[in-house]
Design a protein around this ligand. Sequence first.
Ligand SMILES: [Zn+2]
Ligand SMILES: [Zn+2]
Length: 273
Amino acid sequence: MGPLELTEGVRVGGAVAPVVEGRIHVPLPFLYKECTPPRSRDLVRPMAAVIPNTTDAVRGLIMRDFVALAAAPTVAKLAHELELSEAMVVACLRQLHDEKRLELDKDRRSVLLAMPFSTHGSTVRIVARGLTWFAPCIFDAFGVAHLLGEDCEIHAFCPDCEEDQVVRVHDGEVREVDGVVHFPLPARTWWADDITLSCRRIHLFHSDQHVERWCQNTGTPRGKSIEVERQALLSREWYAGRLDPAWRWPGTVAFQATLAGVGLVGPFWELLG
Ligand SMILES: [Zn+2]
Ligand SMILES: [Zn+2]
């Protein structure tokens, strides 16, 4: 049987997933929010059968699990849910890695990062509904908070005084703000280095005084600091749409516009130097 000719919406779990330009658009509620365990199998089966792009389906389930379970699914779980061979799942994962749509661990078959989510612990945690998510840095933590779309607490660590800082996010707004986010190096370095290394340089501090003292004590370059509210806004825009299974790397020009959109302009914030 040849590929399905997709012209109209496809019924998935009692609702209709519309077809946009020959691709089935599966809104996220189909992927996780309305899925109770017995129904989720029913939802996933037709997806595997009809989604033209298997790689998108793999990515969709990864993002679904990050949101729902604070963990990435294994190759075996993905293969089972999508009724694919493990070899096919691994091939999809590698394609996603090559397309910058997630990052694989050294074993080239388990998910390390699906930004802004990370499978590895760091000093930045997001806590909601009794679960803990990890983010590579405070920039990404606000992205996680936005994508979860629910009240949460971001726990970070001021490197200067070595005290915990908690930022509460309520109704999508940052509450009880106390601090600044410091970027020691210009934006053009962010992707020049290993991304996790770049993330380890970006920190939440109690204040600019703490940034100043820490930079002097550690010989770290004094880059730029931004207010927590502006960081929250930037992260929201930067990571908008990441839960969409079909999300693609939008390119440097788009990210530059995102920075400019929150007022971050000038040589320090140029991604291409
Ligand atoms: Zn401090
Ligand atoms: Zn980061």
